[in-house]
Design a protein around this ligand. Structure first.
Ligand SMILES: Nc1ncnc2c1ncn2[C@@H]1O[C@H](COP(=O)(O)OP(=O)(O)OP(=O)(O)O)[C@@H](O)[C@H]1O
Ligand SMILES: [Mg+2]
Length: 315
């Protein structure tokens, strides 16, 4: 395949759906939203499409917005490149591809997200062995690839949303305070601190609803409490990353020691987390956690060089 005309790249994350065209992000929508007056709690759960009807309606609606009609009414056919998690099963892949085709896509390529990320990270996939850990909203995937072969893949549900839920549960059980998941996410982003010996303990005021009543109250707690209530989950996450690495064959782990482990995804933005992992893993970590650019760049490179497309395809 030499050319792939009029194509749109899709990254279906658990927290956000992102759309790309010609190397530019052209849309971003939350994966939890109201469509046609109907509330869709979550379209993707742990990297899997949970609500096909909702997803199809959403795609139809978004594609209409981003496609510019010719002569004001004629929509040109487009091809889609969809980044999907490597553990998505074949039935779900086919169902999603059908949804895309109903939503107007001519050909829909379902591509393995770890290879797209690797491409975006400028990894020379064909000639290297790499370990990539993507801590997103709904899941963390730990993947080791050798060329275009996945040699080990672990998916954990400890990721951004799960940490927000842990904060919410802590406030409810310790202070009888019910807060929205968004509030819990904000507390996580602003106050958790996993740096060693450098933690700044701040007083945090939190407003929420008193459990089993309609009344509202304010509490004041120390920020270290928020960090502490996430410690078990973070320890488990680090342990699973270490276990993945230690279970690789020696020849593979030796290569990874030289190239470093790639840590990507918004979840790794937690203050001090990347340093903590690097120290415990004792392997240099390459941190890319601060942007989603690697997905954009990965999709852009594949869009520009569709000859390689087959290697990325899941079905
Ligand atoms: N500064 C920050 N500190 C801690 N967590 C953060 C920060 N910024 C974003 N996050 C978390 O990162 C997560 C989103 O990451 P990302 O955009 O990589 O997920 P996604 O691609 O939508 O999901 P997934 O890959 O699981 O399908 C959210 O849970 C969010 O709370
Ligand atoms: Mg993601």
């Amino acid at each position: 395949m030499k050319e792939l005309r009029n194509n749109i790249g899709f990254d279906l994350g658990s927290s956000k759906f992102r759309f790309y065209k010609e190397g530019k992000q052209i849309g971003e929508i939350p994966a939890r939203l109201e469509l046609d007056g109907e509330k869709h709690e979550k379209l993707v759960i742990n990297g899997k499409i949970a609500d096909f009807n909702g997803t199809e309606t959403l795609l139809r609606q978004e594609i209409k917005k981003i496609q510019k009609p010719v002569l004001g009414f004629l929509y040109l056919p487009f091809n889609s490149l969809v980044s999907v998690p490597s553990d998505m099963n074949e039935v779900a892949l086919r169902a999603f591809r059908d949804s895309m085709e109903h939503a107007g896509s001519k050909t829909c390529f379902m591509l393995n997200d770890c290879f797209i990320a690797a491409t975006g990270l400028e990894i020379d996939i064909k000639n290297s062995t790499s370990m990539i850990v993507d801590c997103g909203a709904g899941k963390t995937s730990i993947t080791t690839i050798k060329g275009f072969e996945i040699i080990k893949n672990d998916i954990l549900d400890i990721a951004g949303i799960n940490l927000d839920e842990a904060i919410r549960t802590y406030l409810s059980s310790k202070y009888d305070l019910i807060v929205d998941l968004k509030v819990a996410e904000k507390l996580k982003i602003e106050y958790t601190d996993f740096r060693e010996n450098k933690q700044v303990d701040k007083t945090v005021r939190i407003t929420g609803q008193v459990k089993q009543t309609d009344s509202i109250k304010d509490i004041k707690i120390q920020s270290s409490e928020i960090t502490d209530c996430l410690r078990n989950d973070i320890e488990l996450l680090v342990e699973r990353i270490i276990r993945h690495f230690e279970n690789l064959e020696d020849s593979v782990s030796e290569k990874i020691k030289m190239t470093g482990v790639y840590l990507i995804g918004g979840g790794f933005k937690l203050t001090g987390l990347i340093d903590l992992i690097s120290k415990k893993l004792n392997v240099n970590s390459k941190s890319y956690g601060f942007s989603n650019d690697y997905m954009k760049t990965g999709l852009q490179k594949i869009q520009a060089n569709p000859g390689e497309l087959m290697r990325y395809m899941m079905i």
